[in-house]
Design a protein around this ligand. Structure first.
Ligand code: DMJ
Length: 582
């Protein structure tokens, strides 16, 4: 199953990478996560996170709903998602009540925490009241990951029979809303390059004299939500537009396989050539690997593979990632940013656990130093950036912690999660919700509870301590934390590539637990078979690693990766992974 053409380069790359990292960094705790002591801790911590979520959610409903986000200190609201098209019309700004952003962002978290009653109440309200026919200029990227992603994911959860909505018949209202929104996105793609404008007015399309400047993430992180919308509606326009933009963006890479941070969508020229894995670029990388998992297209895998190698070669410095010029590969800014903390989570997807672990430790070191992660930290001077000193309740460190725990089952990651929970409660909890931190050196607060605190921060912390939602299911989480199922009907490589005789299946609850999405790598799921009602998952090709923590002595201890259906091998650090093909 190996790609023979890549084998030699891959071996050399991995050999160098592993020589650079001390094996002591990967030592797993000898305490088993199945120990009753840890089970009790998981229960306690999951309840604590649930309380945090509801403190944020209830306060939003009381003081801010249906506006976009809560201002927890003044107990008021902000319509942060969009700018009103004509601010001079006083009466219009009074009429506008926002897009219920935090409610939409909370939908999948409600299901994951098992509150189907509240989920249904929210679905009903949105079905009856939400409209996108408003004169509001929104950022395409933000609206896509938060609103479109939130609606598409919630639609799938609402139609999943395990969630049993009881109050009224669900008539695909969320999908209709998502489709309406998707149509309002399409004018943004009407450029000479196919790269979308960063801003679009929901009622009137792209405004006259709209800026042509956008970011790499803005063009390259649309494929999951718009692809899913196309698969659900049968209208291919959304996926085609997102794919065209992604391909164009990829064609603009340098000979080093690096991309810049900002570009002009009309000329297709780069505006900012320096880039890294943080702001303006982060989710571009994330979506290449996740799109491969969700849709099974080799094209995404090939892009990711080249991009990943470029990052590791030109941005990485030990456990840190700096910025570099896409044309020369020369280092530009030596800064750690809070957004970069998602990267170890992406590395877990390709089995690069060792590198993930070492970076994660550095992010956590900085977290502990300040109590939270500063937005920007100057690596050379070991100090916080003079102006970007804030922490707006970002989820990235919790997200990586969750993925690393799933991959290794090392209870140390639960300790990290507990520390994050404690800091959030100690520094950011106020009577009216959770506030952002304006300055991590003084812990002065700022009056803003971002919706991603409910969509991501609380969700990943909850899943770290209670992953029962994932049992027997295969999900990819979008960059905003909204789950999308990995389905054979959406997966290009199925059914042609794999023979049913290679499949593994789960006939019992116990087995289904062992093949849960994260711990076993994600496998394309075959829809439930009515003749075998107890069969929870059938994966296409997956073979479990011999040990649950993915440690190994030889290749024999490693299985077949369910995501790529490629053979996993044992690295010199003693972890099973896709070492040879990168
Ligand atoms: C979220 O909106 C998403 O995770 C996005 O990709 C970037 N960061 C914010 C949260 O920090």
């Amino acid at each position: 199953m190996l790609c023979s053409g890549d084998k030699n380069i891959g071996l050399a790359t991995w050999a160098i990478m592993f020589l650079l990292i001390s094996p002591t960094l990967f030592s797993t705790s000898s305490i088993s996560a199945l120990d009753p002591k840890w089970a009790a801790k998981k229960k306690r911590m999951s309840l604590k996170v649930r309380d945090m979520f509801y403190h944020a959610y209830d306060n939003y409903l009381t003081h801010a709903f249906p506006h976009d986000e809560l201002k927890p200190m003044s107990k008021s609201f902000t319509d942060s998602l969009g700018e009103l098209g004509n601010l001079k019309l006083e009466h219009l700004s009074k009429q506008y009540k926002g897009l219920a952003l935090t409610l939409i962002e909370s939908l999948s978290s409600l299901v994951i925490m098992g509150n189907i009653t509240e989920f249904e109440r929210a679905v009903n309200w949105l079905s009856d009241n939400l409209t996108f026919d408003v004169d509001v200029r929104v950022n395409l990227f933000e609206c896509n990951i938060r609103v479109l992603g939130g609606l598409v994911s919630a639609h799938i959860l609402a139609t999943d029979s395990t969630n049993r909505l009881g109050q009224r018949v669900y008539n695909n209202e969320l999908l209709s809303l998502a489709e309406d929104l998707g149509q309002r996105f399409l004018p943004a793609f009407n450029t000479p390059t196919g790269l979308p404008y960063a801003w679009v007015n929901l009622k009137y399309g792209v405004m006259e004299n709209e800026t042509a400047e956008t970011s790499t993430s803005g063009c390259g992180s649309l494929i999951l939500e718009m692809g899913a919308l196309s698969r659900l509606t049968g209208d291919r326009r959304y996926e085609i537009a997102a794919l065209r933009a992604l391909r164009k963006l990829w064609s603009m890479r340098s000979s080093l396989n690096l991309l810049g941070t900002t570009l002009d969508v009309e000329s297709g020229e780069w505006l900012e050539h320096s880039s890294g894995i943080g702001a303006g670029v982060d989710s571009f990388y994330e979506y290449l690997i996740k799109a491969h998992i969700l849709f099974g297209k080799d094209e995404f895998w090939m892009m990711f593979q080249s991009a990943y190698l470029g990052v590791q070669k030109y941005f990485r410095h030990g456990p840190w990632y700096h910025e570099a010029d896409m044309r020369t590969g020369m280092a530009t800014f030596w800064q750690l940013t809070s957004l970069q903390a998602f990267w170890p989570g992406v590395q877990v997807f390709v089995g690069d656990i060792a590198a993930a672990n070492s970076s994660h430790r550095e992010f956590f070191y900085v977290w502990e130093k300040f109590g939270v992660l500063p937005e920007r930290y100057l690596l050379e001077h070991r100090m916080v950036h003079p102006t970007e000193r804030y922490y707006p309740l970002r989820p990235e460190l919790a997200e990586s912690t969750f993925y690393l725990y799933q991959a290794t089952k090392d209870p140390w990651y639960m300790e990290v999660g507990e520390s994050i929970v404690n800091s959030l409660n100690q520094y950011t909890k106020v009577e009216g919700g959770f506030a952002s931190i304006r300055d991590v050196t003084t812990m002065q607060l700022e009056d803003h509870q971002h919706s991603f605190f409910l969509a991501e921060t609380c969700k990943y912390l909850y899943l770290l301590f209670d992953d029962s939602f994932l049992s027997g299911r295969n999900y990819v989480f979008t960059t905003e934390g909204h789950p999308l199922p990995v389905l054979s009907s959406w997966h290009e490589r199925l059914p042609q590539t794999y023979l049913p005789s290679n499949w593994t299946s789960s006939e019992s609850i116990h087995q289904a637990k062992r093949t849960s999405a994260m711990s076993s790598r994600i496998c394309p799921a075959i829809p439930l078979n009515s003749q075998h009602p107890n069969r929870q998952i059938e994966s296409a090709c997956h073979v479990l690693d011999a040990r649950e923590d993915h440690r190994c002595l030889t290749d024999e201890d490693c299985g077949v990766d369910g995501m790529s259906c490629r053979r996993r091998t044992c690295s010199i650090a003693g972890y099973c992974g896709l070492w040879l093909i990168i």
